[in-house]
Design a protein around this ligand. Structure first.
Ligand SMILES: [Zn+2]
Length: 541
């Protein structure tokens, strides 16, 4: 009997962090069956990988591709970087459950993140069952914002017992359907209206089901240390594995703090607290524009926010709040010239322009231009904001135990997801780490860069048979040219694929062949308890 595929003569970087070694990788069905030097095995297809790196398929541990995979099932911008598994449902945002009478509220709420997605009434189980075939494997999470919207809408208040019980039931339904865990986005409404007790209660539900917790923490600017401690505390108190998303220090007052922040997290890890961190290698974030404003502006929902934004007295209060505290989530910025429109569904011609520029062109104060823009674009504007210090970004991204998450949707250069000027991290995160960061900037070794997005991610997720090249493991494999791999996507010209990836195999099927997409959609929804179980510890007494 012969194998299906033999990848011959490449430098095998196996995802454990161990030094690369020359070997042949044999695949039969959806499994790796052998890794050995100068193999004499027969195969239906033999690929010459001399001069190339053979690595496990990359695991993008923090994405929002649930908003685009139904529109771009080929997962173009990710698979063309070697990504074979995407973790979705992050930052508290998930497209399910969507209860009767709440679908339009959810659609409106997520429009600045998922402007082209159709929303339907569905339970989480129906959502999983209806998830389309895709090129990449998908790990789903239940979003806390979504649960809170279903239970209490956009109300800024503690929940009633009945509302808490409903959220718990909806979370347990999602977990029973295979979701890996719960994500929160405590940085914004309505999830941010939750206190620590609400989160600990939900984390105890997760602990009972051996599920995981991922958080876009409560603040990434002036209170980032408190927010990191709040996340660590969830892990320490409940034993649930906590994934801190896209670690960063935003706002000029906080620049230079990367090492102190990393030390704080590393100290918790050394105490045995199950906490992991991911980051993307860019100094610019992207977010709905409305999230830069104080949280109270959204109380009662988006229509209420739009009505308030038109009022002079409200604008005066917003201005005062921002002068005192900086922008919500992003702290102080030098000017509105560092804030750029990414996608404006109702003002599409403005994509790529800065808010400073838009204000000057109209001859108005920048903050009035911001409020006017939000009103005209019905609160759905998504922006790019350069709020980080490049040395901090590099320090975080080069740290060996910090994992790699793009925080971005899978996009395609043509079709519905090819619109606007989205963040280049959708197309470039992993290629930038594996290429320029290793080769040109020499910030980390190739083995360390591969580990962050393969074995390290698999360990943080508890995947049983992915993330490492090992006989018996699933055949998720990426072959790339270490001398060429690089991101091509830029802020002015984002819709450009990475280069240097020659072959990507998902569950044994070739999806990228000679740099081209074969159209194959072999990805699967991975299920907690079947494909893996998140790591956890016993909580402190
Ligand atoms: Zn986030």
């Amino acid at each position: 009997m012969s194998d299906d595929l033999l990848i011959r003569g490449g430098l095998v970087v196996d995802g454990t962090g161990a030094p690369g070694r020359e070997a042949d990788v044999a695949v039969l069905g959806d499994r790796i069956v052998a890794i050995e030097p100068r193999s004499s095995r027969a195969a239906r297809r033999v690929v010459d990988a001399r001069g190339l790196v053979v690595a496990p398929g990359l695991i993008d541990i923090h994405t929002h591709s649930d908003f685009t995979l139904p529109l771009n099932p080929r997962a173009e911008s990710k698979i063309r970087q070697g990504v074979t598994t995407e973790v979705v449902g992050n930052c508290g945002f998930s497209a399910a459950p969507a209860l009767p009478g709440r679908v339009e509220m959810l659609r409106q709420y997520l429009a600045s993140s998922a402007p082209w997605l159709e929303f339907h009434e569905s339970t989480f189980a129906e959502y999983v069952a209806g998830f389309p075939p895709t090129a990449v494997n998908v790990i789903l999470q239940v979003g806390h914002h979504t649960l809170r919207l279903m239970a209490a809408g956009m109300e800024e208040r503690p929940l009633t017992d009945g509302e808490r019980a409903l959220m718990t039931r909806l979370l347990e339904e999602g977990l029973a359907a295979g979701a890996w865990g719960l994500s929160t986005g405590l940085f914004t409404a309505p999830g941010g209206y939750a206190d620590a007790a609400e989160i600990h209660d939900l984390a105890r539900v997760l602990a009972r089901h051996n599920a995981a917790y991922a958080s876009h923490i409560r603040d990434e600017a002036d209170r980032v240390f408190d927010a990191v401690r709040e996340a660590i505390d969830v892990a320490e108190a409940t034993g649930v594995h906590v994934q801190i998303a896209h670690l960063k220090l935003s706002g000029t007052d906080n620049w230079g703090g990367a090492n102190r922040l990393l030390d704080e997290i590393q100290a918790a890890r050394r105490r045995g607290v199950p906490v992991d961190v991911d980051a993307y290698p860019y100094d610019t974030a992207t977010n709905p524009l409305r999230n830069l404003l104080p949280r109270w502006i959204m109380d009662g929902g988006i229509p209420a926010m739009l009505e308030r934004l038109g009022r002079r007295d409200v604008r005066a209060r917003l201005r005062e709040d921002i002068a005192r505290n900086g922008l919500t989530n992003f702290g102080r910025i030098p000017s509105w010239d560092v804030v750029r429109v990414a996608v404006a569904p109702h003002l599409p011609d403005h994509a790529g322009r800065t808010l400073g520029d838009i204000a000057r062109a109209r001859g108005v104060e920048p903050f009035d231009a911001v409020c006017d823009f939000l009103v005209t674009d019905r609160g759905e504007t998504r922006i790019l904001i350069t709020s980080m210090d490049e040395p901090d970004v590099r320090e975080i991204s080069r740290t060996p135990w910090v994992l790699a998450g793009s925080d971005a949707n899978s996009l395609a250069v043509s079709g519905v997801t090819g619109q606007g000027k989205p963040h280049p991290r959708s197309y470039g995160t992993h290629a930038r780490l594996l290429g320029p960061y290793v080769r040109d900037l020499k910030l980390l070794t190739l083995e360390s860069a591969v580990y962050k997005t393969t074995g390290g991610a698999a360990r943080a997720l508890g995947l049983v048979d992915r993330g490492v090249l090992h006989p018996g493991f699933r055949a998720d494999v990426t072959v790339f040219d270490p001398s060429r791999i690089a991101d091509q996507s830029t802020y002015p010209d984002p819709h450009r694929y990475a280069i240097g990836i020659s072959m990507v195999v998902v569950n044994g099927e070739v999806v990228i062949d000679g740099g081209d997409h074969t159209g194959a959609l072999p990805g699967r929804v991975l299920r907690r308890g079947v494909d893996g179980t998140p790591p956890s510890t016993r909580p402190r007494a």
